[in-house]
Design a protein around this ligand. Structure first.
Ligand code: NAD
Length: 359
């Protein structure tokens, strides 16, 4: 029985292929007639040379270091020149191989070059496999703001092979687990509790990890099919992100995205209880698992003035002097809330970053 997951999008359905289906699908791409332009994380290309040999042997391969600078608008002229030099046409296929940085870069190029070229994705980080590979979004940076430019452009197919996880740094595994925790928290208390109970075993049991990757995609599928363009229900996936992005910005991206999001969820729960929106009980229930996932980053300095400047600049804010974020309410349910960036709010943020995070 095929375990393909099919996602509906405004450009039609697309499939997530797993395991052997993903491997044979990639081999068929490499052997097919359709001209390919491969954009690959250079680290992945070096670590998985044999696995990727047929694709890397093609005539158009762009190897990029996976850095935030490399998904900045300022870098795109060089990528466009490369693809033009390789004779790109609208019926060609861009193939992204890497994590979220390669995904965002390729997706943005696919959306804009020649007014739209198809793309396919082989996600190689846990974060990309469990979360970002579906949902259509591309987000790229400008010199002044992270993820400020973007499109909704689904890939044609996703080739999800968990074997790529074997070479991930432990911090990148926990970064992916951070997004899996987020998706399960969104699904509700029972989902989060089940994952929390399995948390320690996740790191040594690949089958268990695959089960949670797939479950995370299934939970997200329901939201993105309902609200692909993120105008309502899908907003909830920003849980932990308003705080997480501000932490990333204040630390010059020294903390991996999914770990910053894990800290961000803990912070959202704490701040919500302090501003009288959520409960202390909810914060305490999730804190042990979230804190385990950001262990090692719990005392990483986060300059408060930079954090505050970043959170006030968040693109989800609708007014000046207020912050729009996803917070748990009194019943623990997550919802979008706009709150004044008043003394109560800033002091709750400061207390969390200064004291609570490292307890
Ligand atoms: P990444 O692309 O930043 O890569 C993280 C590190 O892992 C890099 O050093 C990379 O070289 C390395 N790596 C990748 N695959 C590897 C493998 N198999 N073995 C060993 N090393 C490997 O990873 P990420 O965490 O997936 O992505 C973060 C980026 O994704 C951020 O820029 C974030 O803004 C973006 N993002 C996008 C979306 C979206 O929907 N478009 C969603 C979430 C995050």
């Amino acid at each position: 029985m095929s375990d393909t997951l099919t996602i509906q999008s405004h450009k039609g359905p697309y499939d997530v292929l797993f395991g052997d289906d993903a491997r044979s699908g990639l081999a068929a791409l490499a052997a097919g007639d359709r001209p390919l332009h491969v954009i690959v994380d250079e680290r992945v290309a070096a670590l998985h040379t044999d696995r990727l040999a047929p694709l890397l042997a093609g005539p158009s391969v762009l190897r990029l270091e996976a850095t935030e600078t490399n998904k900045s608008l300022e870098k795109f002229p060089a990528y466009v020149d490369h693809l033009v030099g390789k004779g790109i046409r609208r019926d060609h296929l861009l193939v992204a191989i890497g994590g979220g940085i390669i995904q965002d870069t390729t997706c943005f190029l696919a959306a804009t070059m020649l007014r739209g070229v198809d793309w396919a994705f082989c996600p190689t980080t846990l974060l990309a496999q469990a979360d970002s590979c579906i949902g259509s979004k591309s987000s790229i940076n400008s010199a002044s703001a992270k993820n400020i430019l973007g499109t909704f452009t689904p890939p044609r197919t996703i080739y999800l092979d968990v074997a790529f996880q074997d070479t991930l740094d432990p911090r990148d595994v926990r970064s992916g687990v951070g997004e899996i925790l987020k998706v399960h928290a969104i699904d509700g208390p029972d989902s989060f509790a089940a994952l929390a109970a399995d948390y320690d075993r996740l790191f040594s049991e690949p089958d268990l990890m695959l089960r949670y990757v797939r479950r995370a995609l299934e939970i997200k599928k329901a939201y993105i099919e309902d609200d692909e363009f993120d105008r309502g229900p899908r907003n909830i996936f920003n849980y932990g992100h308003t705080f997480g992005h501000a932490i990333e910005a204040a630390t010059d991206f020294a903390i991996p995205h999914g770990i910053a999001v894990t800290i961000g969820m803990d912070m959202a729960n704490f701040v919500s209880s302090r501003i009288g929106h959520g409960t202390e009980d909810h914060f305490r229930r999730l804190h042990p698992t979230l804190a385990s996932n950001y262990d090692g980053f719990e005392s990483h300095p986060v300059p408060f003035d930079r954090f505050l400047a970043a959170i006030l600049k968040d693109k989800k804010n609708t007014g000046t002097g207020s912050v729009t974020m996803i917070l748990p309410g009194a019943d623990g349910r997550l919802a979008k809330v706009t709150h004044a960036a008043d003394d109560g709010f800033t002091s709750a943020c400061n207390t969390f970053l200064d004291e609570v995070r490292s307890q």
